[in-house]
Design a protein around this ligand. Structure first.
Ligand SMILES: [Zn+2]
Length: 265
């Protein structure tokens, strides 16, 4: 009797799956295939997660999977013809609102090295964002797991990693747009708390009296400003200086857009 040398594979008759994409999920398809649906031919039993990711859509982007009219989870195996409806966060039909696969609200993040401006904008709004421009993928995943953070990256392969529980791929390449996307995706509009976190190191800021910091201030700052905050991590001192009105303007722009995005939903 021959000794089996390969893992046992259960082959089945070839079958076809059709994936229907809802919301903005078509963003993940190659541009020439950007329709609302994709067809795939398969010849072995495959998890729905693998079917979805083979089309280029990372699993953290999927909030609801409906196979032949039944909601399923990522491990559901497909072995015959199937119609698969895929929904991103924020686009669930009301009858399935309790079948959500993703965590809707997260307020701690780790951003990959290409998202420095997004990390800074989120910190400006008061959100906790771990960011190290030198961090390798392995380190990002480690920080994500150890500190229970959602992963922000435009690297779809990284987002497809099996250990990623919660994450998001910003669609836009513009930092302001990305910030608005993240606030909408994770339902953060009500938690915005500007100028409470250090833009340099992510630690919280604490209000300090002028007397506590006066020795470190430039002569003109000593004269013109009365209110100060100091970073509890790196000691950086913040006040409403000339850069402040620029930041304030950026913040107002983000806030206004988030409100609009919400009323459009
Ligand atoms: Zn700091």
């Amino acid at each position: 009797m021959p000794t089996p040398t390969h893992e046992l594979r259960i082959d089945v008759a070839p079958f076809t799956v059709r994936l229907n994409l809802h919301g903005d999920l078509a963003f993940f398809l190659r541009s020439e295939a950007r329709g609302r649906s994709v067809e795939r031919s398969l010849s072995e039993k495959t998890s729905v997660k693998d079917v979805i990711e083979a089309c280029g859509i990372p699993h953290p982007e999927i909030d609801l999977i409906v196979v032949n009219e039944q909601p399923v989870d990522f491990n559901h195996a497909i072995a015959s013809d199937a119609d698969i409806e895929l929904y991103p966060v924020g686009a669930l039909p009301p009858e399935y609102k309790y079948k959500s696969l993703q965590i809707a609200t997260v307020n701690r993040f780790v951003a990959d090295g290409h998202l420095g401006r997004l990390a800074r904008d989120l910190r400006l709004l008061g959100f906790d964002v771990a960011y190290d421009p030198q961090a390798a993928d392995r380190q990002l995943l480690h920080v994500m797991e150890r500190e229970n953070r959602a992963l922000l990256t435009r690297d779809r392969r990284l987002l497809m990693h099996a250990v990623v529980r919660t994450g998001y791929c910003p669609r836009s390449q513009n930092a302001v747009e990305q910030t608005i996307e993240v606030i909408c995706r994770f339902d953060l509009a009500a938690s915005i708390s500007p100028f409470t976190r250090c833009l340099r190191c992510n630690a919280p800021l604490r209000k300090v009296s002028k007397a506590e910091v006066i020795e470190k201030l430039e002569p003109l700052t000593k004269i013109y400003y009365e209110e100060f905050r100091r970073c509890t991590g790196c000691g950086q001192i913040y006040w409403a200086g000339s850069h402040f009105s620029k930041l304030q303007k950026r913040l107002e722009q983000i806030r206004a857009r988030c409100t609009t995005a919400y009323s459009d939903k």
